[in-house]
Design a protein around this ligand. Sequence first.
Ligand code: TXD
Length: 319
Amino acid sequence: MSRKKIALIGAGQIGGTLAHLASIKELGDVVLFDIVQGVPAGKALDLAQAGPVHGSDSKFGGGDDYAVIEGADVVIVTAGVPRQPGMSRDDLLSINLGVISKVGAGIKKYAPNAFVICITNPLDVIVWALQKCTGLPPHMVVGMAGVLDSARFRYFLAEELDVSVESVSAFVLGGHGDDMVPLIRYSAVAGVPLPDLIEMGWTTQQRIDAIVDRTRKGGGEIVGLLKTGSAFYAPAASAIAMAESYLKDKRRVLPCAAHLSGQYGVNGLYVGVPVVIGAGGVQRVLEIKLDPSEKQMFDKSVASVRALIAAAGKLNPDF
Ligand code: TXD
């Protein structure tokens, strides 16, 4: 049985970490693509030399020609630029839409059967554009944000309740922005929902509200500390969980930016919702019941995604 091929488009902070994790977990062979000459090949060589130390036989390759991704089973996209001082959101959107058109064409030509995971920001609109540029079926193109946002929520809850992160499950829905929707009712410790834990005196509503707020601003908190870039360890770990679920047909239920065709009253947009990821890609969207206040937050988040898509259409009429 031949090994799976994982192609990483963008060999920056997240791309390099993805490569390392994919190798440690022996998910397959890894290729890195980047427009910066030397970086993908250099990182590939460095990572290959780590193999003997941690006992991984993953092969590595890298370059600045899209041919390196040929025949990939999974493609993870981080290519683009992060926001620099003085740049508006539209500037970032405009530059990254341009990047994603080229990335999409590369995937279409060399890896048309891949499961594609998009990480580049602004996530919900970039994954939507990427699906269009690749021409791949929507269930084979998905965005990573919810696993990361939920992991942040789980980490903060575990700290607050002084229990293992493994015992905490949480869901964050909606777009990847400040109005994402951390769902308190569907978050639990060993199956006990958070509202019950509040009643049991383990924590208070005020403390949970503060954790929700910190989760929403989780990316910004890290940017504020790093100053030269954004989070990369947890984003990479999150995308690897999605890739692994696909490659091993685990059918994990993970919150992802998925293409909706009527679910949650949304049609033709990518929004963060719980989905089953297995060998068929996004195999199922879980349409959980939202109470009126959750629905209101979800709709607000969807409206933000819609506004960004409208901006994308103005910037680039091809979309
Ligand atoms: O939850 C989420 N989805 C995210 C998203 C969480 C954290 C960060 N998120 C976004 O991921 C972030 O806003 C960026 O848009 C991406 C990638 O973040 P990373 O930290 O890896 O950025 P880097 O280190 O700047 O890497 C980006 C690489 C860099 O090496 C560029 O040379 C390359 O992208 N790049 C390209 N590669 C291929 N093709 C083109 N056109 C291209 N342009 C730049």
